[in-house]
Write a protein that binds this ligand. Sequence first.
Ligand code: NDP
Ligand code: 2IT
Length: 445
Amino acid sequence: MNYIEQTCKSVERRDGCEPEFIQAVKEVLDSIRPVMERNKHYVEANILDRIVEPERVFMFRVPWQDDNGKIYVNRGFRVQFNSAIGPYKGGLRFHPSVNLGIIKFLGFEQIFKNALTTLAMGGAKGGADFDPKGKSDNEVMRFCQSFMTELQRHIGADTDVPAGDIGVGAREIGFMYGQYRRLRNEVTGVLTGKGLGWGGSLVRTQATGYGLTYIVEEMLRDAGSSIEGQTVVMSGSGNVAIYAVEKVHQLGGKVVTMSDSNGWIHDPDGIKLDLIKDIKETRRSRIKEYASEVKGAAYTEAGGDTVWTVPCDIAMPNATQNELNGDDARILIKNGVKAVGEGANMPSTPEAVQIFQNAKILFAPAKAANAGGVATSGLEMSQNSMRTRWSFEETDTKLRAIMQGIYKQCKQSAEEYGCSGNLIAGANIAGFIKVADAMVAQGLV
Ligand code: NDP
Ligand code: 2IT
């Protein structure tokens, strides 16, 4: 059995009840095969067994009270996966589906994504199996305060800097930041995604969706095309999806679908983003309301057909992991899709990825495509450290340059290792080499 298979087997044996983590590990290890063949010193340093094991894992009790005084307990997590190239960095997810395996898969992906940004950030992820949906602001505040009361002892501006992810947006970051400040008496850049009046960076809110659109635009430009005039099918209606729609529309494309966990909308005239922002950001409501307020828009309940059945030029899965499967990929291809950009983390199943690759569809993988969020978090950390503040234009220009740089790195690494045009391999290879070299240089860490 060769080294890569051995490491995969050992992960399966030790982490057998973490299917998403195993999936993420296998994808990375499979694509770095040519790197391992050419660089025997990685084998001698047993870099693979080291890189698949988190440096540190925290699991903790999060007790909180609802508005009627009833007491609940959720489970909190922080996985500090790898700090070889910088302080741990990565979001917090609040969703009932959260468990250790989900947080480990996200933390593992984050290591390589952060390396691609070229900024000094290690990989981490955290969260809780708490569902903010349907809770009052006060309930969410009490939960966030309880969560941070434990998390604060493990993080710091130079140690570990969390941010948002599913279920954690500006409101939750505010409550957690306030609690950190109270407990530690420190006003630092310990979280990113902060409000603009208290240390946040311009463009962070928009960054993941804008960055995704910039890299898809770059990939299309390289293929002699652009977003202008293209029809885009998208899932999700959260932070990533909303600002992807905004940028696609600014670049002349038309997004015709969005979804939430209850169902999806199809508006052939193009999604009216102001209404979506009102429904999702202000009312905190369900996407179904869009169809009852817009003539010509249709709503489909989850469980039947998905957004991927709508004919399009570009598909952007922006909701969650494994939301686009092999059947979806086949339908998209049959309907003429030309490019896929992954806004969510690991949204395409391995079968879907294989089908897209066999059909030579342009494919921007999550580690590269959604790195704009964490990259702009890195820019927020820099501004906090320098006690300065960059304009929207300046920050957006830096974000765009980072996304173009990521595309170039992925393309070049794929070429260098004999898999031209395969940006999945390119992203994994470029990210892996940077982190593995840092680990080797730092001795047995
Ligand atoms: P939000 O919480 O803002 O939005 C998530 C969206 O996805 C909502 O529309 C939600 O619907 C839907 N969704 C979430 N879970 C499920 C599920 N299990 N089944 C169906 N729909 C679901 O999160 P973000 O937009 O921030 O995150 C979306 C994706 O992008 C995630 O994969 C995240 O890890 C990734 N990402 C986020 C970054 C960021 O900066 N925020 C950066 C990089 C990646 P509902 O409201 O009904 O739950
Ligand atoms: O998956 C991700 O990259 C994020 N949720 C953003 C992480 C961050 O630290 O900004």
